[in-house]
Design a protein around this ligand. Structure first.
Ligand SMILES: Cc1cc2nc3c(=O)[nH]c(=O)nc-3n(C[C@H](O)[C@H](O)[C@H](O)COP(=O)(O)OP(=O)(O)OC[C@H]3O[C@@H](n4cnc5c(N)ncnc54)[C@H](O)[C@@H]3O)c2cc1C
Length: 329
């Protein structure tokens, strides 16, 4: 039953920002509806499952916590069994001991499950338009073109997608113009044999790759399946953005070969994935954007930075603003 003391709230996006927001709202007594175009929650906390139970984290690799609220939220997630600390063997210059590296278990997308539990979450639900109607909003989706009315809309989609949905809101659109995000091509590599004699996370070549790591060295993975993930740099990804996945996979396999050298076994499968809006390059510099009437909030990692914790902090701050009653009916 909706709580009458709260407005009706749509949260667009079930990544870390949207779920942090919806969770805090629901804990305070609201009944937000979370809409995501993806098949499940997580957003860029993403895990690809292949036949035979093979899993790749092709988005965020691990999570770190600097602030107290995210630290305690992560501790509860670890306690629930949905995440654990990763202690990979690394090359000099990469030091996971400097800050705890936390991964979802058995995949990065599992990390959001405790946040999503009990929320009204509509997956495979792409929001196509958000229009002002009276004092609130009509939210139209691909499956419901007539749309549904909400008092408040919270959007946590990446900035270029937010520009499409909220271009008519002049102040918001102007502020979004100051934010930039970069793409990333990811490569999922299944080897036919273990990669022997090298660390789990390698120093990469800054021209092509920004990340190269042994996915199956993370806790809760099948250690016997040799799964690696590589990420291309923002610059390389931008230059190759419109190529098809197959040629990109070929190029990135060669980049990995340049790093692993003779240690590289035969490649069983190589799959490329394009993240068009992967990492924040220039952030907004504050936790969220709000319309003057306090009925529209925009946030996401891009508000504060390029990490999962930035997304959490942004979503949490939006919820807090609504809960604190700065929203006026
Ligand atoms: C390759 C890569 C590596 C990374 N590595 C790390 C790392 O190691 N550590 C780290 O801390 N961070 C890392 N990041 C960044 C981290 O993943 C993000 O900062 C964080 O996950 C963003 O969360 P979010 O909720 O703001 O956005 P998202 O996770 O992008 O969530 C937005 C959601 O909105 C949905 N959506 C978009 N448009 C619509 C629409 N029209 N209708 C409905 N739903 C819509 C999307 O499906 C998505 O689920 C990485 C990111 C990438 C891509």
């Amino acid at each position: 039953m909706p709580n009458q003391s709260f407005p009706t709230i749509a949260v667009i996006g079930a990544g870390m920002a949207g779920l942090a927001c919806a969770r805090a709202l629901q804990n305070a007594g609201a009944r937000p509806v979370v809409l995501d175009k993806g098949r499940g929650p997580g957003g860029r906390l993403a895990t690809r499952r292949l036949d035979g139970g093979i899993r790749f984290d092709h988005g965020a690799q691990y999570v770190t916590a600097h602030g107290a609220v995210f630290r305690s939220t992560l501790a509860a997630i670890i306690e629930s069994g949905a995440a654990a600390q990763w202690r990979p063997a690394t090359t000099p210059g990469i030091d996971p001991a400097a800050e705890d590296w936390i991964t979802g278990t058995p995949g990065m997308n599992a990390l959001v499950e405790p946040l999503a539990a009990g929320l009204e979450l509509r997956a495979a639900c792409e929001v196509t338009a958000v229009e002002r109607e009276g004092a609130g909003w009509r939210v139209r989706t691909a499956g419901n073109v007539a749309g549904e009315f909400f008092d408040i809309v919270v959007s946590t989609v990446p900035v270029p997608q937010a520009r499409q949905l909220f271009g008519a809101e002049r102040d918001i659109a102007q502020a979004l113009d100051g934010v930039t995000m970069a793409p990333c091509w990811a490569l999922m590599l299944l080897f036919a044999a273990p990669v022997a004699g090298v660390p789990d996370v390698l120093q990469t070549d800054p021209e092509t790759l920004s990340w190269l790591g042994r996915n199956n060295s993370k806790p809760g993975r099948d250690a016997a399946r040799e799964c690696w993930v590589a990420h291309a740099t923002a610059d390389w990804s931008s230059r190759h953005l419109e190529l098809e996945r197959e040629p990109v996979a070929v190029l990135l396999v060669e980049a990995v070969r340049r790093i692993l050298g003779n240690a590289m076994p035969r490649v069983g499968q190589a799959i490329a994935h394009r993240w068009r809006y992967a990492r924040t390059v220039k952030a907004l510099g504050r936790p969220c954007l709000a319309s003057r009437d306090g009925r529209l909030f925009l946030g996401g990692d891009w508000a504060l930075g390029a990490r999962v914790e930035c997304a959490f902090d942004s979503g949490h701050a939006i919820a807090q603003t609504i809960i604190d009653g700065r929203w006026k009916p």
